[in-house]
Design a protein around this ligand. Structure first.
Ligand SMILES: Nc1ncnc2c1ncn2[C@@H]1O[C@H](COP(=O)(O)OP(=O)(O)OP(=O)(O)O)[C@@H](O)[C@H]1O
Length: 563
């Protein structure tokens, strides 16, 4: 019998009609690295909860079939016992933190303390994961004073320190800088060598393909396939299930480059092996939007923000922003860079939620020092990194209407704006729902809609693509393009370089509280030393083309029939 076996697993949440999991059947061997792919709502997070028994133990509802882990039946074993065997890293790291501990060190040690691990061993294990996830510097900080990415690392560290036999990770790298994300994949992959089984939900399909043994493809709670990454991503019907193959698979499909078994490559390594099959650059160019001449270096629409010698710190002696000088106009602008670089801090200053310690910020020709958050509310919209920091109403429509009402719109007008915004993010059918009953991806879209409904001149999006599938990313990309066309200013913080290269005209790179680079995607992504310092990477297509020896930089693939 296999180490993990899932037999006829069915599950329905209380007070719902649809099966969230519908007759799943598969087996996993000890030490395998399994990826789970599917669109939002396909059952991925529910399945993660079923491995540890939270489904049905905590959520209740109707449950059938069984999940056996090394002979223990997850659905019938108390979660307190299951968690000795299975560690679950939640989708939203905020939900993972205990709230009972005042330092990062104590937070990571919390689980080990509960297991009664001796003090010396506990300290050793905590130090080990602090190093592994590069958060030693945060050791004495309060977990709730961390940046989003640092918090995600702490949540992950708490589970890795417990060394369970099975680690289930629900989008564990969504808020990590690209280098950090790579480190997490490599670290959990190393754990499989010690016989630890890894099950990971991820939107980064290229990384899944690189590291996973097999991928489980879910759609509407049903199991569509459980197979190797190449076979899954070569399926002609993949997009019918709301999943877009990774860029390297799409590139190979567009150029008709196949492996000996007839599948398209799914990882950069595979592409490298088939390098000789790729066409010359002149032929390849037919498949790509030509490089280079992206309009955008020049400023446009006049200055919106003028930031001069800006300094900020939360605590005496720990500078967070250091002498930042920038101006922002109506070009769509992505701010990228390492976790903890000060990106969120910078945009909170632009929104007026924080006040500079030194230097100045001018908005629309006026010094912001004299403005309150209320005065700026109708001008500058800000979507928080964690939607749960923003949402507070019990109905989606009320939540989205709150902003418009707050800036003085009449009820009918506010409702019209709110419904239009909900339609734009694809949630018009959820207007009467309680936002807390929605998935994280939907809550993020509610938060975006509630700011869109205010029709502000500036829209600041803090990591808008967190938890979004391909469809969600397209919706958000479309909003960015629409606002830019209308001459609005969109500023977004992002860790997804493919999304950045597809939708943003200007890229600002930050590291350690400073701006390292500022320019078009071509200019910024060609500066290797900047990418390294800021722990970011080139967009996938650009990296692939370089590997294939093409001279120019390409950022977008024209898809369709093969060459
Ligand atoms: N409320 C706070 N109190 C003390 N320090 C804080 C607080 N919020 C953030 N910090 C620290 O300020 C630094 C910058 O954090 P910020 O959230 O601006 O980074 P970021 O670039 O947005 O990171 P990420 O990519 O991880 O979201 C980090 O070192 C963080 O630990």
């Amino acid at each position: 019998m296999s180490y993990i076996s899932v037999e006829h697993l069915k599950y329905r949440y209380p007070n719902t009609e649809r099966l969230a999991l519908n007759d799943l059947n598969f087996e996993i061997e000890k030490g395998e690295f399994i990826g789970i792919a599917g669109e939002n709502g396909s059952g991925r997070s529910t399945l993660c909860q079923a491995f540890i028994g939270l489904v049905p133990g905590f959520f209740k509802g109707a449950y059938g079939g069984r999940v056996l882990i090394d002979g223990t039946e997850a659905g019938k074993t108390p979660v307190s016992r299951m968690c000795r065997k299975v560690g679950l890293v939640f989708q939203n790291p905020f939900n993972q933190l205990s709230g009972a501990k005042e330092t990062v060190f104590e937070e990571i040690a919390f689980g080990l303390q509960n297991f009664g691990v001796p003090r010396e061993e506990m300290t050793e294990r905590v130090n080990e994961v602090l190093g592994l996830l590069d958060i030693e510097a945060c050791r004495d900080q309060n977990p709730f004073d961390l940046s989003g990415g640092q918090m995600q690392r702490v949540a992950l560290a708490g589970i890795l320190a417990m060394k369970p036999d099975v680690i289930v990770l629900d989008e564990p790298t969504s808020q990590l800088d690209p280098a950090g994300s790579e480190e997490v994949f490599a670290a959990v992959d190393r754990m499989t060598e010690a016989g630890i089984t890894i099950i990971m939900v991820e939107q980064k399909l290229e990384k899944l393909a690189e590291y996973c043994d097999r991928i489980l493809l879910l759609h509407e709670g049903r199991q569509i396939a459980f197979d190797t990454p190449e076979r899954i991503f070569s399926r002609p019907d993949l997009e019918d299930y709301g999943v877009k193959p990774p860029i390297c698979t799409r590139l190979c499909r567009a150029l008709g480059v196949k492996r000996a078994d007839g599948c398209y490559p799914a990882s950069h390594e595979e592409v490298r092996k088939l390098k000789t099959q790729f066409p010359e650059e002149s032929l390849f160019q037919k498949k790509c939007v030509p490089d280079g001449k992206t309009k955008g270096q020049e400023a446009c629409g006049g200055e919106v923000f003028q930031i001069g010698h800006l300094n900020f710190r939360y605590q005496e002696g720990t500078p967070v922003l250091r002498d930042v000088t920038l101006s922002l106009d109506s070009r769509s602008t992505a701010i990228v860079g390492q976790n903890g670089a000060g990106k969120t801090t910078l945009v909170k200053l632009l929104k007026g939620l924080l006040k500079p310690v030194g230097g100045s910020i001018w908005y629309g020709g006026e010094d912001m020092a004299g403005k309150t958050v209320a005065m700026l509310a109708g001008e500058v919209g800000y979507v928080f990194q964690n939607p749960d920091d923003q949402i507070f109403k019990y109905h989606v429509l009320d939540e989205v209407m709150f902003g418009p009402l707050n800036i003085g719109m009449k009820k009918e007008e506010a409702e019209r704006h709110a419904r239009e915004a909900l339609k734009e993010v694809g949630l018009e059918n959820l207007a009467a729902e309680n936002p807390y009953d929605l998935e994280l991806s939907e809550r993020k879209l509610v938060a975006i809609a509630s700011v869109l409904a205010m029709d502000t001149r500036v829209l600041i999006l803090d990591e808008p693509t967190i938890a979004q599938d391909w469809k969600g990313r397209q919706i958000i990309g479309g909003i960015i393009q629409r606002l830019e066309k209308q001459g609005r200013t969109v500023v977004a913080i992002l860790h997804d370089m493919d999304f950045v290269s597809e939708y943003f005209r200007r890229v600002i790179v930050m590291a350690r509280g400073q701006v390292l680079a500022d320019g078009t995607r071509e200019a910024v992504f060609s500066r290797k030393e900047v990418l390294e310092k800021a722990r970011i990477e080139e967009p996938s297509l650009m990296k692939l083309c370089k590997m294939l020896g093409y001279e120019k930089a390409y950022f977008q693939l024209k898809e369709g029939e093969e060459v």
